[in-house]
Design a protein around this ligand. Sequence first.
Ligand SMILES: Cc1cc2nc3c(=O)[nH]c(=O)nc-3n(C[C@H](O)[C@H](O)[C@H](O)COP(=O)(O)OP(=O)(O)OC[C@H]3O[C@@H](n4cnc5c(N)ncnc54)[C@H](O)[C@@H]3O)c2cc1C
Length: 619
Amino acid sequence: MVKRKTYFEDCDVLVVGGGMAGTGATFEARHWGRDLKIICVEKANIDRSGAVAQGLYAINCYMGMQWDENQPEDHVRYARNDLMGMVREDLGYDMARHVDSTVHMFDEWGLPMMKNEKTGRYLREGKWQIMIHGESYKPIVAEAAKKSADKIYNRIMITHLLMDETKENRIGGAVGFNMRTGDYYVFRAKTVIVAAGGASHIFKPRAVGEGMGRTWYAPWSNGSAYALPIAVGAKMTQMENRIVLCRFKDGYGPVGAYFLHLKTYTQNANGENYEKKWYDHTKEMVGEYIDHHPTPTCLRNHAFIKETMAGGGPIHMVTKEAFQDPHLETVGWENFLGMTVGQAVVWASQNIDPKYTNPELTTSEPYVMGSHATCSGAWVSGPEDLSPPEYFWGYNRMLTVEGLFGAGDTVGGSAHKFSSGSFTEGRLAAKAAVKYIEDQKAKDIKVSDKQCEDFKKIIYKPLENYTVGRNEITGGTVSPSYISPIQGLQRLQRIMDEYVGGIATNYMTNENMLKRGLELLEWLQEDLENIGAEDYHQLMRAWELKHRALTSQCVTEHTMFRKETRWPGYYYRGDHLKLDDENWHCLTVSRRDPKTGKFTLEKIPVYHIVDEKEKKRAS
Ligand SMILES: Cc1cc2nc3c(=O)[nH]c(=O)nc-3n(C[C@H](O)[C@H](O)[C@H](O)COP(=O)(O)OP(=O)(O)OC[C@H]3O[C@@H](n4cnc5c(N)ncnc54)[C@H](O)[C@@H]3O)c2cc1C
């Protein structure tokens, strides 16, 4: 047995994940907790980690309240409309009322913001988006976090949360390992803020074989944000609300700037506006939601999917007109250079110059996240001044486990936060976490050496499985005793793809398929006990997979629970093909019992707080 070093770190605020939300949390924790010990632990290196690693070309969430461009209420209505009614308006409003101050700090910290030459305001790409030269976005926010934290640990993957042994359902910290040295790390903490990003690669991606790894959402987003809380019994919400993106084919290049700034549009292979063709059909499925403005993203996807199934593909983005304008042509290319260089390379390799050829679009495999245009994630308390009783239990952004907070992709119910909103939500969570400590809620937490030792054995087991099991291999790489992380990942992706509404079935599923999917996922979980890792990198892959598998079980349970098709274009329940507002105008909330591994689900009312407030004001 290899002896591995164990390092202990005791702290007040532990931030798991140093992406947008994690850097925001680390920064704000210092503001409110001058004397507190603040630690941020990151799986990669915070200078270039998370979904913003490569950079962005637009900050997608900025109200512009100083110029009365938008108000938080407007953003709540926008997100509600896009999500077909299903959002936590208290969380959305709370984020929106603070997001501008975050963006102003980015500006002060040196993020190059584009300005409208005539008005001097930030240059708008669309109603909510402002344009930036964002290649340096992540290093800039990382610097703020580095200056605020007592210590940033890079290259440590958190695998489990620790629980207090004196008070039930209270957090005690987290454990993980250094992926370069193999050392074991125990962080005993009074509060933990999980900010570990979304989940890609749980559904089989379109890009397989040599293209594997090319996905739209960051390939390293492995669902830790969900698996860590699920494993300790925290409640989750809207996990069925996976997202499918319409993007440039093969490179997943973003389309936002193209639609909004370049005013490009889509058409089918015959040059027709196919969206109009599917209006009556969509109305039949979802009723008046199809008449909302802007058309909800899922419904635009729906028209795309129907059109390609009807033989109208490929679908193209009409770029030839906009690219005649040299300024727009430059913007079109720069958009990729600051964010998705790969798309430019794909076009070069396929002889596509968008000035002369309209590039093809595709719909992606599904992803799970809580900060982009969808709202899967943890069920958290909202702010005191806005939240109805069902949505409030003491501390803003605290999960249903005491002392455990979330932000960004981790938090469910509050879509359209994007990079700036995630950073803002990190700030809100950190402020509440500091208050929780000040209120003496984290007193006398006990985490025994035994709890830490038990996790140590569990974490390194894949290395032992490999060391023992490889001796049984007589030829090739397939072992009778263990599966490798890549084998397990491919198995997971196929289950999700074929049974839970991936690309194999054109996003279609039903109760029978979901039941079978759950059965297969349970067997996969059994086999993951025997996963083998040949080195520390593969150990990370093993734990990423385990987190993905747990996230997938939760997604599947939620998809089975909601007996309607709320978001055609994201997935379809073939046995309940219509939107059903009478029975399902509600949020879904799940809890997995950590002892039995069984999920229970419930409906929780969705409150349209913004309009109710206004009605009251008017009456
Ligand atoms: C392709 C793409 C394009 C986008 N375009 C825009 C845009 O144009 N404008 C915009 O405003 N927003 C955009 N977004 C959204 C924005 O990037 C996200 O909303 C935001 O990054 C979410 O913040 P987060 O902190 O929750 O996750 P992330 O920023 O992804 O951070 C999560 C962090 O957790 C770390 N981590 C994960 N697991 C562990 C673990 N187990 N232990 C330790 N660390 C862990 C990760 O390495 C990562 O650093 C885009 C996102 C993507 C993927």
